[in-house]
Design a protein around this ligand. Structure first.
Ligand SMILES: [Zn+2]
Length: 69
């Protein structure tokens, strides 16, 4: 991990994290790691669909949102 990666979401490696860390989404993967709000929404949809959080990070696909339903 280089310094530029520190501000990137650890889940998608695309979106920037907001500061302070606590205002980002708390990952459902472990309830300990903060992810960007887009990832928070993506995780919520996986749970809603009954799929759950089983992808290794960083995920390598386009994130889902409620508008794509
Ligand atoms: Zn993300």
């Amino acid at each position: 991990m280089n310094l530029l990666d520190l501000n990137k979401c650890p889940r998608c490696r695309v979106n920037d994290m907001m500061h302070p860390e606590e205002i980002n989404a708390l990952s459902r993967m472990n309830n300990r790691t903060y992810v960007c709000s887009a990832c928070g929404e993506d995780e919520a949809m996986l749970d809603f669909a009954g799929i759950g959080q089983r992808e290794p990070w960083p995920i390598n696909r386009e994130l889902m949102d409620w508008r794509s339903l």
